[in-house]
Design a protein around this ligand. Structure first.
Ligand code: FAD
Length: 387
């Protein structure tokens, strides 16, 4: 087995497999190291939305929203069995923080940013409110309907990994990265597999370890530049019941934050909360307070549904450290390089929706450190296999 690679990727979440695929289709020799199973980190604990992010308009992230909307359309094309367009409903109550004119303005902007595809929206007629899965109508002032998309984050991650393997990327599960040291024109990489330390040589190294990215950076010699970031915990609950019309985008009664309620494998998924997290990323778990917050939001919108929790899970966002509140913080993906001519790139933050574009950017940044190879495919056109 070869021990010399053009690109070694640490982390088998959506970003790691995305980079493995983007590198493999460029004709590079790629190895991906994942300490556990594919999508065992944040990429199995997301809200499963492939979306532009309507709420990011409120913090002025027009570029991010435009790019995410473009990627949404790309993913609908290349993964038609994994990414599906869904109707989204925004109910506005007398107590809601957002007014009907405010939401209309947001949707007009969202439609404009979406360009030709998928930007239609409408105000749902009052006579049709009764068809909305038992949505509470007391104090209801308006309901808006627009389109975005939903996926299965684990299935999407596996599909991208399979596609990378189709182009000869080597994906090694149960392989924990423990260190890398600059050697010649690359890095010597060490990892543990089945209790044994193994090594390989990498021309370039990509740190896609999500919430563990800081730990990985701390194991690279000489120490690369660091960037302060926070881990923000987001919880979801799964409850019994069905939502047949689509995804509901409500506000939590407690503080007006956005909460999604959506159909999920025959049940209902409600999320998400946001709170700063300090500690071992592997130990993140939903707290009773967060569960109660989501139950209250679900009960406010659908009083006829049970709020008994069948399952709850929490994931961690990586957000650049800043003085602003969590909601106002940038959701842009940060690519942190070791030097102007990068050989090591860390992927910090970002969205499931933008994984493909992020992976392309990583490869553009590494291009100067890699030999020219004839490209074998274009990830924007490559249909993903169904895992
Ligand atoms: C609550 C929540 C909801 C979200 N909802 C959405 C959404 O609806 N839509 C959207 O577009 N985005 C959403 N996101 C963002 C999206 O989920 C993340 O940006 C994305 O999943 C991050 O993927 P990643 O590959 O960077 O990290 P991860 O998925 O965490 O992957 C990192 C991997 O690295 C591995 N690893 C760590 N250390 C090592 C090591 N030393 N050796 C080997 N492997 C290692 C881990 O085991 C893990 O599998 C959400 C995020 C959160 C937290």
């Amino acid at each position: 087995m070869s021990t010399s690679f053009d690109v070694v990727v640490v982390g088998g979440g959506i970003h790691g497999v995305g980079v493995a695929q983007a590198a493999a289709v460029r004709g590079y020799r790629v190895r991906l190291l994942e300490q556990s199973a594919l999508a065992s980190g944040t990429s199995s604990r997301s809200s499963k939305l492939v979306h532009g992010g309507l709420r990011y308009l409120e913090s002025g992230r027009l570029g991010l929203v435009r790019e995410s909307l473009k990627e949404r359309e790309t993913l609908l094309r290349i993964a038609p069995e994994l990414v599906e367009r869904r109707a989204f409903y925004i109910p506005i109550y007398a107590q809601s923080r957002r007014s009907p004119p405010w939401v209309t303005a947001g949707l007009v902007l969202y439609r404009w940013l979406a360009g030709r595809e998928g930007g239609q929206f409408e105000r749902v007629r009052r006579s049709a409110w009764g068809e909305l899965d038992g949505l509470a109508t007391r104090d209801l002032k308006a309901v808006f309907r627009y389109n975005d998309a939903q996926t299965d984050d684990v299935a999407l991650t596996r599909a991208v990994a399979r596609s990378a393997e189709d182009f000869d990327a080597e994906i090694v599960l149960g392989a924990r990265f423990i260190g890398a040291e600059r050697a010649g024109a690359g890095y010597e990489v060490r990892f543990v597999r089945a209790g044994r330390v193994e090594t390989c040589v990498a021309r370039t190294l990509v740190n896609a370890a999500g919430p563990w990215a800081g730990d990985v950076l701390g194991r690279v010699l000489p120490g690369p530049p660091r960037r302060a970031f926070d881990l923000v915990e987001g919880t979801h609950i799964v409850t019994k019941g069905t939502l047949t019309q689509g995804i509901y985008y409500g506000e939590a009664p407690a503080d007006g934050r956005a909460v999604f309620m959506m159909p999920w494998h025959g049940q209902i998924l409600t999320g998400t909360t946001e709170r700063l997290y300090v500690g071992d990323p592997a130990l993140v778990a939903p707290t009773p307070t967060e569960i109660a917050y989501l139950q209250e939001a679900l009960a406010r919108h659908f009083p006829g549904l049970t709020t008994t929790v069948a399952e709850a899970f929490a994931g961690l966002r990586v957000l650049p450290h800043a003085a602003q509140g969590l909601n106002a913080r940038s959701r842009e993906t940060v690519l942190l390089a070791d030097a102007p001519q990068a050989r090591l790139i860390s992927v910090l933050g970002g969205k499931l929706t933008g994984y493909r574009r992020t992976a392309e950017r990583v490869m553009e940044r590494l291009a100067g450190a890699l030999p020219e190879r004839p490209a074998r495919a274009d990830t924007a056109r490559l249909i993903l296999p169904v895992p």
